[in-house]
Design a protein around this ligand. Structure first.
Ligand SMILES: NC(=O)c1ccc[n+]([C@@H]2O[C@H](COP(=O)([O-])OP(=O)(O)OC[C@H]3O[C@@H](n4cnc5c(N)ncnc54)[C@H](O)[C@@H]3O)[C@@H](O)[C@H]2O)c1
Length: 254
């Protein structure tokens, strides 16, 4: 049990990676606050956890609203008395060309994918300071590191997540609070449903490993970063993208 006795808050836990991370944490002995703007999805995740004999509460939160993130932390403390791990996983993508992005699209992408991570970290850190230890894991993306087509606000927000990760890690120096990031590649979750189920789109083949990633691939990295095994890692990331970022072979390359 790599997370025995720990309490984790996972945002965006009503779907995809957040659900897989929550289940993986519980299987390693953690109790989980399953937080999502979609309470129905969060409740389904909590029910899956309880069906396995684990402990969880479902909490409705819009991570773009600071007051709601504070209420989420209060709910965690009221039920479990401490917060050891925060996984900033809630995210959303806007697929449009640069000139088609509206002012609202821009703000929505920055608010959900970047400001939400900032608000949730501010909400849980006071409790981590009291217990003297904490882990904050931010979901970034390969879009933080590369230009991706038709996602300008999403890419900017995810690059910002890496800046937040590094700067927050520095601000937590000497506090025993590690701040890390996971950069997923092409992961078959509801966010990618159209591409993952298409017979014409072959994103998996573009990787070195040669397949789509799964939500469980991300959950395995999250368990490590949440556990004491990663106590000497802060301010950096694990890229879970099947080698996509290192480059690709050209057609017929020898
Ligand atoms: N799927 C991929 O290939 C991929 C690749 C790189 C990065 N990511 C990132 O990984 C994370 C998880 O993605 P996923 O694929 O599991 O997506 P998903 O769409 O399956 O899940 C995202 C969850 O976030 C929740 N959410 C959205 N807005 C919210 C808000 N304002 N407040 C609270 N919850 C909110 C949604 O309700 C949903 O349950 C995201 O940050 C995403 O940007 C995904």
């Amino acid at each position: 049990m790599r997370l025995k006795g720990k309490v984790a808050v996972v945002t965006g836990a009503g779907s995809g990676m957040g659900r897989a991370i929550s289940l993986a944490f519980v299987r390693q002995g953690a109790k989980v606050v399953v937080a999502d703007i979609n309470l129905e999805g969060a409740s389904q995740t909590a029910a899956l956890i309880e069906a396995e004999g684990g402990e969880a509460i479902a909490v409705k939160v819009d991570v773009t609203r600071k007051a709601e993130t504070l209420q989420m932390a209060d709910a965690a403390l009221a039920r479990f008395g401490r917060i050891d791990v925060l996984v900033n996983n809630a995210g959303s993508r806007c697929l449009k060309g640069f000139l088609e992005h509206t002012e609202d699209d821009w703000h929505r992408m920055i608010d959900i994918n970047l400001t939400g991570h900032f608000f949730c970290a501010q909400a849980v850190i006071p409790s981590m300071l009291k217990t003297g230890k904490g882990k904050i894991i931010n979901l970034a993306s390969i879009a933080a590191h590369t230009g991706r087509p038709d996602r300008v606000a999403y890419c900017a927000a995810k690059a910002g997540v890496m800046g937040l990760t590094r700067a927050l890690a520095m601000d937590m120096r000497g506090k025993n609070i590690c701040v890390t990031a996971i950069s997923p590649g092409s992961i078959a979750t509801p966010m990618n449903e159209a591409a993952a189920t298409s017979t014409e789109v072959a994103w998996g083949k573009e990787t070195v490993v040669g397949r789509w990633g799964t939500a469980d691939d991300i959950a395995h990295a999250a368990v490590f970063l949440a556990s004491d095994e990663s106590d000497y890692i802060t301010g950096s990331e694990i890229a879970v993208e099947g080698g996509w970022l290192i480059g690709r072979a050209r057609d017929g390359e020898i």
